[in-house]
Design a protein around this ligand. Structure first.
Ligand code: CTP
Ligand SMILES: C[C@](O)(CO)[C@H](O)COP(=O)(O)O
Length: 230
């Protein structure tokens, strides 16, 4: 397999409420982004890693993550955009043209496991577009603007979607370009492919593959790491 990984880390981490971008905050002594990169670095099918970082943090990332920790593969740093979708787009167009498959992952999901990524890559060869996800555990309500419940979707059809999301290179570039043309902004990458009329397969992920978003997520992530469950 010839796979490129695009790891997006150019957000601001506003919900974390910290002065430092959350992807550089430590978990068990190492930056969040280190763990996300490491998993992809260890997978042989992945031939290149493109990390998307904000312009002001390129030097910081080089010094404090890329040079400081040993990665087997070179990590190409490219600039992010004002929205996650624009950061992803800049990442995917900077992958090598000969890669067949692109795995897009949030730098803010450090607990992703190698075996889970490999499962998603295998399925991507079959289905062309896949996303990891887990069945939701809570009951989900649709509410109106005043928080009155409008309806209760049947939980057996509801999955919380994670990353990596894995696609054929041409398909995901086409989906992003169409979204750009239409001024459509999605909260993940599969929605852009859905808009083209393609079926996207959800592959069962891992409840531990949390996105570091608010301060308590750092505590949970550290607990998982310290309990040696990864
Ligand atoms: N303009 C952006 C926004 C987000 N991301 C990345 O997309 C992932 C998921 O986004 P999210 O958790 O929303 O991160 P932030 O945008 O940093 O968080 P917040 O919304 O709290 O500011 C993160 O790895 C983040 O760095 C990015 O590369 N470029
Ligand atoms: C892509 C994602 O991680 C899938 O769950 C998520 O949608 C990112 O959302 P955010 O708005 O950037 O937190």
């Amino acid at each position: 397999m010839n796979v490129s990984a695009v790891i997006v880390a150019a957000g601001k981490g506003i919900r974390m409420g910290h002065t430092v971008n959350k992807v550089y905050l430590p978990i068990a002594g190492k930056p969040v982004l280190y763990y996300s990169l490491k998993t992809f670095d260890e997978i042989d099918w992945i031939k290149e890693i493109v990390a998307v970082v904000s312009k002001e943090e390129i030097e910081y990332c080089k010094e404090n993550v890329i040079k400081k920790y040993f990665f087997k593969k070179p990590v190409k740093l490219v600039e992010g955009g004002s929205e996650r979708q624009y950061s992803v787009y800049n990442g995917i167009i900077n992958t090598k043209k000969n890669c067949e498959i692109i795995a897009i992952h949030d730098g803010a999901r450090p607990l992703i496991e190698k075996e889970v990524v490999i499962k998603a890559l295998k399925k991507a060869y079959l289905y062309k577009a896949v996303a990891l996800g887990v069945p939701v555990k809570d009951t989900i309500k649709v509410v109106d603007e005043k928080n009155f419940i409008l309806n209760t979707p049947d939980r057996k059809y509801l999955w919380a979607i994670q990353t990596p999301q894995v696609f054929e290179r041409n398909l995901i570039i086409k989906a992003h370009q169409k979204a750009l043309e239409d001024g459509f902004l999605g909260t993940d990458d599969t929605v852009l492919v859905e808009r083209l009329g393609y079926k996207v397969k959800v592959v069962e992920g891992d409840y531990r593959n949390i996105k570091i978003t608010t301060p308590e997520d750092l505590i949970v992530a550290e607990a998982f790491l310290k309990n040696n469950v990864l």
